[in-house]
Write a protein that binds this ligand. Structure first.
Ligand code: SF4
Length: 276
């Protein structure tokens, strides 16, 4: 029987940890690692992928969409993608994957796709494939590996977390609308050219009557005003202090854990293709 094993790397911590876990624990499975590249990813994502390739000892296959973001934006009448209209994920992440895997399926392969759902995450039926010869595997979930387990895997491997975790917990496009306000501020401060590009997209979209801004209820022009930045940072700091106090108040907790942006703002709205 012809078999293929594939594992999608998003640039995020969970899929990277899964790749490390598979290489270390199932070295006999020959896995094709792939990354669907929108061309709008953070530079930190590319350097993390290079480090990961070094650890895995093989290249991560890049799947590029046939057309770039600008093409798809025009196709969508310059309306920005949003949580309600997520054409970006469909056109730039899911379709390239389906086309690539579709070729193997047509050739009669059974394809095993390894997905980075952790044991502490809710299980959703939607993760299952609708094609008989495309099988979904979730080793982290099956083997009881949770968020701390993922962080341990990355630390023990020497890879650690991707660099952007210092200011953002999402991989994916620089202008991803799932970013929190504080992450937009981080983008402005660390990658001002990418922030300016996002601003230009937003202005064009506005001219064409797009109902969406990248960030909820305000434009990037407004968000980048010094007084607004100061307010966002202040609110973020208050959240951080509140959470630290909550941890300190817990006598069962011996050590102060690392608090990341997901802890402060909640983990909802994570996209498997873009952010795992
Ligand atoms: S990272 Fe965000 S903007 Fe990019 S494709 Fe995914 S959902 Fe869309």
């Amino acid at each position: 029987m012809k078999e293929k094993h594939v594992l999608g790397i998003s640039g995020g911590k969970d899929s990277a940890a899964l790749a490390v876990y598979m290489r270390d624990n199932y070295p006999n499975i020959d896995i094709d690692y792939f990354f669907t590249d929108t061309g709008k990813e953070l530079p930190e994502v590319y350097s993390f992928l290079s480090k990961l390739e070094g650890y895995l000892g093989k290249p991560i296959i890049r799947l590029n969409p046939e057309k770039d973001f600008d093409f798809w934006l025009m196709k969508h009448k310059n309306f920005l993608p949003s949580a309600q209209a997520r054409w970006c994920t469909i056109c730039m992440k899911l379709k390239p994957f389906e086309q690539w895997v579709g070729n193997f399926l047509k050739e009669g392969y059974t394809v095993y796709s390894y997905v980075a759902i952790r044991s502490d995450e809710e299980y959703r039926e939607g993760y299952q494939s609708r094609q008989d010869n495309l099988k979904i595997k979730m080793p982290l979930r099956e083997d009881g590996i949770d968020r701390n387990g993922v962080i341990d895997i990355l630390n023990y491997s020497g890879l650690g977390l991707p660099d952007y975790y210092k200011w953002r917990t999402r991989s994916g496009c620089t202008f991803c609308f799932f970013q929190r306000k504080i992450e937009w501020v981080g983008l402005l401060e660390r990658h001002p050219e990418a922030f300016e590009e996002a601003k230009r997209y937003e202005k064009t979209a506005e001219k064409f009557g797009s109902p969406f801004t990248w960030s909820e209820n305000e434009s990037l022009e407004e968000l980048s005003k010094p007084e607004r930045i100061a307010q966002i940072k202040k609110e973020h700091e208050m959240r951080l202090q509140r959470m630290k106090k909550r941890f300190q108040a817990n006598p069962l907790r011996k050590q102060q854990p690392e608090i990341d942006i997901d802890d402060l703002y909640g983990q909802s709205k994570v996209c498997l293709a873009c952010h795992k």
